[in-house]
Design a protein around this ligand. Structure first.
Ligand code: HEC
Ligand code: HEC
Ligand code: HEC
Ligand code: HEC
Ligand code: HEC
Length: 173
């Protein structure tokens, strides 16, 4: 191989790496996640209005760690292909990675009550109810109709919420 060909190959590699890193960074932005693909628009709009508007899409929708990085990139590529071929379900399917919730809310096991309601997080965690068991719809709503907060329906599958003798199980009055 001549020196010249070697240099050309080196330059091509550097350009590809720079492009790759740049594109990969771009595809992590909220704009790219939510605005480029029109089928995502509803998720961007609801997110913007939600309690997590300051939290990037990727903070909830990516896997942690070294292998998580590659898993996230692979899923991202798969989604781009689905977008380009139009081969996707509406509403878009996908779930947050619940380990990510705990990275920010590392004290969640200590939450026993909030300003408005008693709910022992450690106790329910020990019953294997995950965050979405109660916080479903938290960011986008169930199908993108906007933020949903826990309500009586959230609890009534397991608790009696109609018996006036036991309202104070959950309420402070
Ligand atoms: C990058 C950090 C981050 C991640 C990831 C994150 N949150 Fe939050 N969360 C916040 C911040 C900041 C607030 C607003 C300030 C506060 O109340 O602490 C908040 C508020 C909340 C609230 C109270 C407001 C509300 O909407 O009811 C709940 C519940 C909550 N988060 C649950 C979750 C769950 C469940 C997940 C995972 C799907 C999650 N969070 C992921 C940072 C984060
Ligand atoms: C058994 C139901 C249930 C489960 C399971 C649950 N939560 Fe909650 N959580 C609630 C309720 C109810 C509230 C109060 C909502 C309100 O005040 O409107 C709450 C409030 C919170 C808050 C806000 C605390 C505050 O002081 O305002 C955070 C943060 C939170 N949850 C995080 C989580 C995370 C993270 C998970 C999963 C690891 C989780 N929760 C699982 C029911 C649950
Ligand atoms: C704080 C965490 C959090 C952030 C930030 C977040 N999401 Fe989500 N996302 C969720 C949760 C939780 C669900 C599951 C739906 C639900 O709430 O039941 C979800 C579901 C989705 C889905 C699948 C829809 C479904 O119902 O299965 C898409 C698509 C999506 N989000 C896109 C986005 C985009 C785009 C952004 C940024 C503009 C974003 N999300 C930011 C938590 C988050
Ligand atoms: C999947 C079932 C399930 C769901 C959903 C659920 N809980 Fe529970 N909860 C339990 C079980 C089981 C216990 C422990 C047994 C008991 O005391 O009833 C419990 C206990 C509690 C306690 C303590 C009761 C006591 O006697 O001190 C509170 C408060 C509570 N839950 C609040 C809530 C709230 C608020 C919601 C909805 C946001 C909720 N739970 C949703 C199953 C559930
Ligand atoms: C298992 C827990 C649980 C029990 C038992 C329960 N509630 Fe609630 N209640 C909730 C949750 C969760 C919310 C929604 C979160 C909030 O408003 O803080 C709520 C909200 C409410 C609200 C406010 C509604 C709103 O939309 O603002 C009223 C009023 C209320 N409950 C009345 C009652 C009465 C009356 C009883 C007894 C007959 C009762 N609740 C029993 C969990 C419970």
């Amino acid at each position: 191989m001549t020196k010249r060909t070697r240099n050309i190959i080196l330059i091509v590699i550097v350009v590809l790496v720079v492009l790759g890193v740049g594109m990969s960074k771009f595809f992590e932005t909220n704009y790219s996640c939510g605005k480029i693909c029109h089928e995502m628009g509803i998720y961007y709009d609801t997110w913007e209005e939600s309690s997590h508007a300051e939290v990037a899409c990727h903070s909830c929708h990516s896997w942690p760690g070294f292998t998580g990085f590659f898993k996230t990139k692979l899923v991202g590529m798969e989604e781009s292909i689905k977008h380009m071929t139009g081969n996707y379900a509406v509403p878009i399917q996908g779930e947050p990675v619940l380990e990510r919730c705990i990275e920010c809310h590392s004290n969640y096991l200590e939450i026993k009550e909030t300003e408005s309601i008693k709910v022992d997080h450690a106790l329910h965690d020990s019953l294997s109810i995950d965050c979405m068991g109660c916080h479903a719809g938290m960011v986008h709503g169930h199908s993108g109709e906007g933020e949903v907060k826990p309500s009586h329906d959230t609890c009534s599958s397991c608790h009696d919420t109609d018996d006036f003798e036991t309202c104070d199980t959950c309420h402070n009055w």
